[in-house]
Design a protein. Sequence first.
Length: 432
Amino acid sequence: MTQGRHYSIDINVTIEDTMHQAFDHMVLSMQTMMNQVAKGDHHRRENEQLRQANEKLREELRRALAGSAPMVAPTPMPPAAPQQQQPFVAPERTPPPAAARPAPAATPSSMGGFTFEKSIHIHETPVHSVAFDHNRVDKQMLATASWDSSVKLYSLADEGSVVKTLGGPHAPPDSKMGGLYSVAFAKTADHILGCTSCDATVYLWDHQKGTMLCQLKGHSDEVNGLDFHAQQQVMCTASDDCKVIIWDFQEGITLRTLDKHTKAVYGCKFLGMENQYLVATCCFDQKTRIFDMRDKQVVGLLQLHTDDVIGVDHSVQKQLLATGSDDGLIGIWDARSWKLQQMINTKEDGRDGNEVKRIGFSPDGCMLAAACSSGKVLVYDVTVSPALQVAVLDGHADCVFDVSWMRCERTGYDMLVSASHDHTCRYWRRRF
């Protein structure tokens, strides 16, 4: 991690004493002068001497001030060289001015500008996933998916409340689901929500009406993750059956099956309109693949990690792809060349054994939040290299598995919510 800068200013104490003495002499001399003036013209010569003495005192005062340490911006210490990581060496990048750089490692009491708002306890089993509804920012609505087989729609507006529950142990037979791993809102149909289950099924809901629309059965094992395309009625799902399926979710049919993985696939992510035919997948075989959906070919193979790759996210604004792994590392990749830009080691600063679960870029792509097995959310500024840790958000009593961001232009805040195995979510805000 980048070391913090330390500044010091030396103050000459003897100069300061001289200044105080000069002021005292000046006041005394002025009082004497006024008394002498009152006694008449015969003291004019002595008054002239006093005036000259005062001028001498002022000159001494000016010299004393000139000799004290000037109050100018301190010269920053040179940034520490990034640690050499094998097989990757962080590329040369110009860091921003020292005044603009946040502290390299925030403590729980110094959260990099984030303010903790509330703990949300609406499930009684581990919460595996959380997602904001970006179609209705004004409602500040999020969805949580839990091992209790339910999705809960929760509004952060006002005091916060559960608006609707989808599925769950007490749902009617035609609305029951297995334990859930992920949840997401469709981007092209603002009433549709999807979730994936350990029962090898993908469920689609009309979350506004609270009714199940369909059950998609194409996988043969647990379904771990899903994502919706930005402009097409298309969805991708990742499964333990080593496959990613591309669906037409309106018709409920399979369009493509991406089957070049050698182990369970945990996440999948469309790469925006600039790469509208590409989808990234992260796998337990320690690789991240970039597929072209048109011919199902692998056009990029990203290899960095030495353990299961759990998290993957894409920033349209910065054209970056991020991967997170149980090896505790985060890879930041150029989404145009597929070259590794930098690597973040979350095991530093005393977090030995930390695993990275799901990850998420902030709305502007400048920060990356990582859900961690240590029970913390680590937030990094990824606009510089090496990346700067700007916040350590704690409070969870168990593994944090997912994070989700949303920006509210009306309030001027970025909102960040985490989902944890401790059965809760936690909500933070930060001014942008």
